[in-house]
Design a protein. Structure first.
Length: 43
């Protein structure tokens, strides 16, 4: 299994955790979405 380094959290993840052209893993994407959501709620 190929490993890719996430440009956000800098950890090495299996390539299946990434979208085709993305260098940010799905975990980071989820975290970002949660943060964005919380920011909107705080407004």
């Amino acid at each position: 299994m190929t490993k890719v380094k996430c440009s956000s959290c800098k950890s090495w993840k299996d390539i299946k955790n990434f979208k085709i052209t993305s260098t940010v893993c799905q975990d980071c994407k989820k975290q970002k979405r949660l943060r964005d959501f919380k920011d909107k709620e705080a407004l």
